[in-house]
Ligand binder design. Structure first.
Ligand code: NDP
Length: 337
């Protein structure tokens, strides 16, 4: 597309996800281009800017970020910061008149989510939460197969999604810190199983139950949860059971057991490879860049009024449900949602 049909993005927080996936996704995106970087590390920002052709005039620190209001090359602020910082930067971006794409989880509590939605409305600017799997073709095909009725009624969704954490890795240090992460495995990675279940079934759960566990001698879990095993009941009769963890290696599998057969996504949420099995048929499409798709979608929502796939309400619903799951785990009681 001609450059003037593209929207300019400021990427906030040059960490693992931004540098490992998002910066490269702009090469594949058709509607989005990177025009600014916001970082606490000026040297890193200069290096990244040189590599991706971002002008020095598009570099900001967290302190002078509000100057971005004066940069007409930035339309969208993409927040890729630790979870507890999402709200403040979303509010500042809206005050600067920019649209906001925010990484999952949207925030660490419902009040912050509500404030982000209110700030978006007050500014007349759009807010989207970066649920990349909702743009991923295997996940989309699974959703269509289930909601289209091909497999009959969904009886049970099973989702096991987890990842290990290493306190020596800076990207995991804030994840184990409640003040920055808000919460642990459920908010970071269990959210994929939760969101996929809602996405596949197309309904909202009405009741959750849960158990929490961390080995008592594991210092990583003084502040945030490790293993969460939980169930959910959907109003149409589907049930869910799932797990997430920060202490054993990656699990990444979602299964829908339906009246007329079984559907499995395994892996379900890799960056560059998924596999879908519908009954005895295995589907492996060539990978697409989910980040490019999601950025392009947001651009179309901004310029062409296409409805946003994952808006603030979607992000807030997951936060609300995750807090209910943790409450159920702490109290040992079922929690109505
Ligand atoms: P990283 O720790 O690797 O990156 C976060 C960056 O935020 C840091 O590099 C730093 O950038 C900046 N930052 C600002 N303040 C702080 C602070 N107090 N402590 C630590 N970092 C700070 O994390 P990730 O990239 O893995 O995760 C970032 C966000 O993206 C999270 O919300 C996470 O949930 C989400 N995520 C989403 C994924 C997806 O597939 N959609 C996958 C992975 C993460 P700088 O040095 O430039 O200032």
């Amino acid at each position: 597309l001609p450059e003037d049909r593209q929207l300019g993005f400021a990427v906030v927080g040059l960490g693992k996800l931004a540098l490992g996936e998002i910066m490269d996704a702009f090469a594949t995106a058709r509607r989005a281009k990177v025009t600014a970087l916001v970082s606490g590390n000026r040297d890193k920002a200069l290096r990244v800017a040189a590599r991706y052709g971002v002008p020095e005039s598009g570099l900001y620190s967290y302190d002078d970020f509000d100057r971005i209001a004066d940069n007409p090359a930035v339309d969208v602020v993409y927040i890729v910061l630790p979870n507890a910082l999402h709200r403040a930067f979303a509010e500042r971006a809206f005050r600067a008149g920019k649209h906001v794409l925010c990484e999952k989880p949207m925030a660490t509590n419902v009040a912050d989510c509500a404030a982000m939605i209110a700030a978006s409305e007050a500014a007349g600017r759009k807010l989207m939460i970066a649920y990349r799997c909702q743009f991923e073709p295997h996940n989309l095909m699974a959703m269509r197969a289930i909601r289209g009725g091909e497999l009959g009624a969904v009886r049970v969704i099973t989702a096991d999604v987890g990842r290990g954490t290493d306190p020596r890795d800076p990207a995991d240090q804030w994840r184990l810190n409640r003040a920055l992460a808000g919460s642990g495995s459920l908010f970071d990675i269990g959210i994929y199983g939760l969101n996929a279940a809602r996405f596949l079934v197309g309904e909202e759960p009405v009741e959750v139950r849960a158990q929490l566990y961390a080995r008592p001698d594991d210092p990583r879990f003084r502040e945030v949860e490790d293993v969460v095993v939980w169930t959910m009941r959907f109003p149409g009769g589907a049930q869910f059971h799932g797990s997430t963890s920060y202490s054993y290696s990656f699990t990444n599998r979602i299964q829908a057991t339906c009246d007329n057969g079984v559907l499995v996504l395994d892996p379900s949420m890799e960056y560059h490879a998924q596999r879908l099995q519908i009954r005895d048929r295995t589907i492996q499409m060539s990978p697409i860049d989910q980040f490019a798709r999601e950025m392009d979608h947001f651009c179309m929502a901004i310029t062409d009024g296409v409805p946003i796939v994952a808006d603030g309400a979607e992000g807030m619903q997951d936060v609300r449900l995750m807090l209910a799951i943790l409450e159920a785990g702490r109290t040992g009681r079922a929690v109505s949602t």
